[in-house]
Design a protein around this ligand. Structure first.
Ligand code: ZN
Length: 106
C-alpha cells in the first residue's frame, strides 16, 4: 500500500469509528451534566454502558476533554487523541462545547 493510500485508509477508519461511536453514545447512554463546575471544569456523568464514566470538559478549551474509561487511555489515545466515544458524545450533545470536537480531526 502506498503511503498516500495508507493515510487515506487510516483517516477513513478513524472517521467511521468516530461516527459509530457518537451514534452509539447518543442512542444508548444518558449524559448528565453536574450543576456546578468542578475545579473550573464541566463534569458529565455518562451512564448506560457497562460502566459509568466521567467526562471532564474545560469550558474555554484550556485542556483537552478527558474521560476515565479504559479506551481513552488506550486505543482512543492513539487514534483520536484520547477522544473516546464518551467524550465525543458529550461534545456532540452540548452546543457550547461542540467546537472542541475539532481537535480530534487536527
Ligand atoms: Zn470514555
Amino acid at each position: 500500500m502506498s503511503e498516500a493510500t495508507e493515510k487515506t485508509f487510516n483517516l477513513k477508519a478513524r472517521d467511521d469509528r468516530f461516527f459509530r461511536a457518537a451514534e452509539s453514545v447518543l442512542k444508548q447512554y444518558t449524559i448528565a451534566r453536574r450543576p456546578q463546575l468542578e475545579d473550573g471544569v464541566a463534569v458529565f456523568d455518562v451512564t448506560g454502558g457497562t460502566s459509568a464514566y466521567v467526562v471532564k470538559v474545560h469550558p474555554e478549551w484550556r485542556c483537552a476533554p478527558q474521560c476515565n474509561c479504559p479506551d481513552a487511555e488506550n486505543r482512543a489515545k492513539t487514534n483520536v487523541r484520547g477522544y473516546c466515544k464518551h467524550v465525543i458524545g458529550v461534545l456532540l450533545e452540548n452546543d457550547e462545547f461542540r467546537c472542541q470536537l475539532l481537535e480530534a480531526f487536527l
